[in-house]
Structure formats: structure tokens, C-alpha cells
Design a protein around this ligand. Sequence first.
Ligand code: HAX
Length: 443
Amino acid sequence: MAQENTSKMQRLKELFSEKIESTQKEVKDFIAAHGDTVIGEIKISQLYGGMRGMQALITETSKLDPAEGIRFRGYSIPELQEKLPKYPGGEQPLPEGIFYLMLYNELPDDDTVRRVSNNWARRAQIPPHVFKVIDALPMHTHPMTQFVVGIMALRTESEFKKAYRNGINKSEYWEPTYEDAMNLIARLPRVAAYIYRRMYHNGDHIEPDPSLDWSGNFAHMLGFDNEEFHELLRLYMTIHVDHEGGNVSAHTIHLVGSALSDAYQSFAAGMNGLAGPLHGLANQEVIRWIFAMRDELGGGLPSKEQIANYVRQTLNDGKVVPGFGHAVLRKTDPRYTAQRDFAQKHMPHDDLFQIVSRVYEVVPEILQETGKVKNPWPNVDAHSGQLLMHYGLTQYDFYTVLFGVSRSLGTLASLIWDRALGFPLERPGSTTTELLKEQYGKK
Ligand code: HAX
């Protein structure tokens, strides 16, 4: 039995290894032919402005178009909702499918997705010390901190770490990275669910059900066995996977990985970035902001005028309106639209959905009035909390952990490719204001 399991896992890995050589050649030939081509210019304002708009990274798994939104290996979210395999009787894509697409650059069929599901289920064993380490943290530790601690505790299992110590040849780096990435993806839902049940259900933990798909099992371990919630989580886990390479979490994982830190170290580093309020933590901040507004206005559905006043107050207090704006996008985030469609189908009369919809009607115009916000439209985080609330996942401090579990799929697929393509240590140059003034200040 153990032998049969190993050979099934081997087949997915062999399939990937077959892709490497041709892709390496493609990239090498392209660099040889076009390596000196200039693709843009860098302005001084970009150095001070968070490098917006600078093309500086190669990330194969997805590309973000400001006017259109995210495409994963060329496919938009609505296209993936149509083309990716679904759970029997379900309508939402299985995240196993988008992972396969990102890693293999091919749309999987039902059978392949089942193999990915089974592969992860077989890898999902967590060593007991990981739970002990999490249990040692005070209960008021933020769930994202517990998540990062859990990931670092899992690092005892790193295959890359062992292989490097044993002197692995650099041409083989991808292999233990693949093992680490697959093991980590398989184990993250269990770690996340453990934190959730520890914090909010008196440590009443739920055993995994390996017969379920990856996100169905995650929902089950969180304590949600309603099939509609499983569908929501499949959608959630699919749309949060990746957002090209420059966002804080993906970029951090890529950067730390370039030092040949293993997948556990790299992913934990990225999760600390996701935990920032301008990035993934915005999903908890949206709900906190809406609840604070509702409380201040005495409950119920606020009028458009009341919302407008509250938004203006937020801006006057020198705070951001969470869930709105984006560093790259210049339209309503298609990930927001996918969640809105889900709400319209499954819970059109939900109270919180009414508020989220009304906020959408009011906020963009006010942000536009400021004259400085480049994208007044809602991003992915403006909607996700409402959907989770509807099904009873009300502990919003936990929301960024869900985002983090999903983000493993895109960023770790990228990390495997980083090692397969032999990407070097990332080390851009920096300069000083004094030097810039000396060089360019007199022109
Ligand atoms: N509310 C108030 N002010 C905002 C704003 C918002 N939602 N979005 C942008 N601005 C402000 C910026 O703070 C900046 O102000 P200053 O010039 O005074 O510093 C100005 O408008 C220009 O910013 P920008 O160029 O439009 O946006 P950035 O690329 O600098 O920042 C952010 C992009 C996402 C960080 C920004 O829009 C923001 O803070 N949004 C709210 C937080 C949020 O929802 N974050 C999640 C983003 C999606 C994501 O990563 N999810 O994980």
C-alpha cells in the first residue's frame, strides 16, 4: 500500500519533471536572443513610490492587467469557473485544478484533479510538535501569528533543508522544493483549522476526512459541513491563489526563496507580509470597519448618505477605507465580482450583503473626489468577509489565515518554477537621495 502511494505521488512529479527541460530551453533561448532588449525606463518617482509599474520580476503563474484583472496562465476567473473541474454536483472550480494549471501550464481534467486531491490527502500528516508549539502561544495571539509560528514549526520536515545539507546538485533543487511545496499545501488547512478550533471552539478539534477534496476537507475541519459553504470555500480558495509576482506576499516568498531558504521559511516570510493591513489583513479590516459604522449608526441598513458621511469621517481621520483601491488594478476587481455573483445567487437578502452593496455604490465617488486615489473601486477584500459571516464563520480576525492558505497554491507553484529555472539570488541595487541629486539634480 505504502509503495502504491509513493508511485502515485511519483507520477505527478514525473509529469512536472518532463516540463522542465523544454521550459528551461525556451527561457535560455529567449534570453540569448533578446537579453539586451530594453523593456522600459525607470523614473525617480518610482524609486520613491514603491516601484509601481516597474516590470522587474518573472512570475509565470499569473499576470495582472490593470484594466482587466487577473489571468492565471491566460485564463480569467469566469473562464476558469467554466473550464476547471468541479466537485460532483458543484458549480465552483476545485482549487486543485487552478494549482495544476499554474504549475503545469495545462488545464487538468477531472481525473488529474482527483489525483492532486489524493496526493495532498496522503501528504497531510502533521508532526505532533507543531500543535504543541501553537498551544504554547497565548490565546490572544493573532491567528496570523499563530499561522506563521505553525508553518515555521513544520519546517522540521523540510526536504530541501536536508538535501542541501547533503550536498544536492543545483540542477536538482526543484525536486525537494516540489516535495516541500506539496507537503506544505497539503498540511496548511490542518494547521489553520487547528488554530481556528483552538481559539473559537475550546480546542474541540475535528479529524480530517481524506475522502473530501482539499477545500471541502478544510471546511469540514473548521466545523462547516454545509455543502454550500464547501462551494464558497472552493471559490474562495481559487480566487485568492495568486495575483502575479509583485504583491507583498508573492514578492516576499520569491525574494526569500532566492536565498535558497526553503519553502517553509519563504512562505512564512510571505505570510508576515500578507498580515499587513494594506494587504491581506484588509479582509478583516473591512468587516471591522462595517461593524463600527453599523454600531455608530445604531444598527440596521445605513442610508447612502449615512455611509457617505462615515466614509468622509474615515478619510478625515487619516485612515484608509479598507477593501477599496489597488496598486495595479484600475477597475472593480473581478475577484470582488465573482464573490458578489455568489452572494446574489445564494443570499440576495442577507443584511450584510445589502450593506456591502450599498458601500460599493457610495465609496468610489468619494474616493474619486479626493483627486489622489488612483483606483476607487473595490478589491477582493471588500466582499469576502460578508460571505463567510453569512455561513457563521464570524471570527473575522481569522479571515487572513484563509487568504494565506489559498495563497500557498500560486506562490509555491512559482517557487518550484524559480528553482526549476535556476533563478538566481535576487539583489537589486539601491541608491541614496544625495547620489541621485548629484547625478540628476542639476539637469
Ligand atoms: N482609502 C483612502 N485612501 C486611499 C485608498 C483608500 N481605500 N486607496 C488609496 N488611498 C490613498 C493612498 O493612501 C495615497 O494617499 P497619500 O498620497 O496621502 O499617501 C493615495 O490615495 C494614492 O494611493 P494609490 O496610488 O491610489 O494607491 P497605492 O498603490 O499607494 O496603494 C492600496 C494601494 C491597496 C495600499 C490602497 O489603495 C489602500 O490602502 N487601500 C485600502 C486597504 C486595502 O483594501 N488593501 C487591500 C488591497 C488588495 C490586496 O492586496 N489584498 O490583499
